[in-house]
Write a protein that binds this ligand. Structure first.
Ligand SMILES: Cc1cc2nc3c(=O)[nH]c(=O)nc-3n(C[C@H](O)[C@H](O)[C@H](O)COP(=O)(O)OP(=O)(O)OC[C@H]3O[C@@H](n4cnc5c(N)ncnc54)[C@H](O)[C@@H]3O)c2cc1C
Length: 461
């Protein structure tokens, strides 16, 4: 994205990629996971056939075909990120491993390139926790799971974050017995308690063993069987499994390409330290995306890329502070969880006072018609004011529904304006209007309503 922006403003820009253009998002992240989720959802719908008025809908499938479909999706999207496309846009693309040799030189394929500015966008990799025995049982990560062609009978997923949760549900839906291990008290720990609860309830209903408050202690092989030992409430629990997926977080790629020699500083979370202009400890070396944090999303990487490119090219005239005021994201479990701005946990942590307005999507006409009458919209506002602090949505297409609030927060639009906007009937997005209606009712001018009541009574006389 940085090179795209630089080329668009006619700069001479070189993009160096050691592996495949498109990075994690295309090959091992967003794209394959969303493709797999779609197939798993189709299958889950067939299991609910009688809810939709069918006697049954038996589906036969081969897991290998589903994983092939994932590769087909990647192949279809691949041209969007290809060297051919970027070259046409005016970017010089080099396939090779870059090494930053000084603040003005980068070495690649034995050649030295000189440059005024460098943007580091080296991404992250799955973190493997140093649990005794983990190296003795073969394990998958989000980097390698896409090569799997046989559905594991018993799968252990280590990690209750978004990646672990999305993949847990997929494998459970295809028919694996999945034990999802999380040492904290709930899945999706950054979300409010009742939000995580809704996801955990669904996971349990779909047959996942959701093992929260379980601390993975050791991996063993006993009589040829793989065993995970977890500590739970002071006791050891053994879980036998066939395959293991490790999804306990992602660590920034900060070593092996020159940062150590230059002494580029890193943060406590081991990402590259940057200032508000995304400059590293060298003012002409910038960093963005997963390698810089604090977010690990494709859209935040792209957002930062604009600042890195513009500040690198035009910083002598004007520098722009990266704006993190309105950051949305979604976890694509079923139900989806989407958020923008603050939730209750964060508002409390930051001592920010708030009011909560909730609308239950179980009451929404379209959700009822679609057999998806579940979930909620939860809006935090400044007490007594029409200013949105944050929104969480759990439910069908939450990741799409949140967009209205992203726009509202970005443009400082409040709930009154959302309430006054026509939403198409019957759509899921009407839920946004109804939560605004709930907020409005709670803030109705009581004194004025009393007067109006008297006025109506007087007119009737
Ligand atoms: C399973 C999974 C699902 C995800 N789902 C979502 C989602 O739904 N939505 C979302 O927004 N995000 C999602 N993410 C996160 C998203 O993939 C990342 O946030 C995003 O890819 C970060 O982009 P990036 O450009 O910083 O890094 P990357 O995409 O990792 O790109 C970094 C590139 O740098 C290259 N590189 C590194 N070092 C060098 C070097 N020395 N020389 C040359 N090249 C080098 C690497 O080969 C890599 O291609 C998901 C991630 C995973 C793992």
């Amino acid at each position: 994205m940085t090179s795209y922006i630089a080329a668009a403003v006619k700069a001479k820009v070189t993009l160096i990629e050691k592996n495949r253009m498109g990075g994690d998002c295309l090959y091992t992240g967003c794209v394959p996971s969303k493709a797999l989720i779609r197939s798993a959802k189709f299958l889950a719908h067939t299991h609910r056939a009688n809810e939709f008025g069918f006697k049954s809908a038996d589906v036969e499938f081969d897991f290998a075909d589903i994983m092939q479909r994932v590769q087909r999706v990647i192949k279809t999207i691949e041209p969007h990120d290809s060297s051919e496309r970027y070259s046409k846009l005016g970017v010089e693309c080099i396939n090779g491993e870059a090494k930053i040799t000084s603040p003005w030189t980068v070495e690649v394929n034995g050649k030295t390139l000189t440059t005024r500015s460098i943007v580091i966008a080296a991404g992250a990799h799955p973190f493997i926790p140093p649990i005794p025995g983990i190296e003795d049982v073969t394990y998958y990560t989000s980097d390698t799971i896409w090569a799997l062609r046989e559905l594991p009978k018993r799968l252990v997923v280590l990690g209750g974050g978004p990646i672990g949760s999305e993949l847990t549900q997929c494998f459970a839906r295809f028919g694996s017995h999945v034990s999802q291990i999380e040492m904290l008290p709930r899945l999706l720990i950054r979300e409010d308690i009742e939000i995580s609860e809704l996801v955990m309830q669904r996971f349990r209903k779909e047959g996942v063993s959701v093992l929260t408050n379980h601390m993975a202690k050791e991996f063993l092989i006993e009589n040829g069987e793989k065993i995970l030992i977890c500590e739970h409430q002071g006791k050891d629990i053994s879980i036998a499994f066939d395959e293991l997926l490790v999804a306990v977080g992602r660590a920034a790629n900060t070593t092996g390409y020159g940062l150590e020699d230059l002494g580029i500083q890193t943060t406590n979370s081991k990402t590259i330290e940057t200032n508000e202009f995304l400059q590293t400890s060298y003012p002409n070396i910038f960093a963005c995306g997963d390698v810089a944090g604090p977010f690990q999303f494709t859209h935040t990487a792209a957002h930062q890329a604009w600042y890195a490119a513009v500040n690198a090219l035009f910083g002598n005239f004007k520098k722009f502070k990266v704006d993190y005021s309105v950051i949305p994201w979604a976890t694509f479990t079923d139900p989806e969880v989407a958020r923008v701005g603050l939730n209750e946990i964060e508002a409390k942590d930051r001592n920010i006072s708030y009011e909560v307005t909730i609308y239950g999507i179980d009451d929404l006409d379209r959700a009822i018609a679609d057999e998806e009458a579940h979930g909620m919209i939860k809006v935090l506002t400044v007490p007594g004011k029409d200013r949105i602090l944050g929104v969480t949505i759990v439910g069908e297409h939450a990741g799409d529904l949140i967009a209205e609030y992203v726009g509202a927060m970005r443009n400082k639009v409040g709930l009154n304006k959302i309430l006054g906007t026509i939403h198409i009937y019957p759509t899921l997005v009407e839920a946004n209007k109804y939560v605004a209606g709930n907020w409005k009712r709670a803030h109705a001018p009581q004194q004025l309503l009393k007067w109006v009541e008297k006025y109506h009574a007087w007119r009737r006389n």
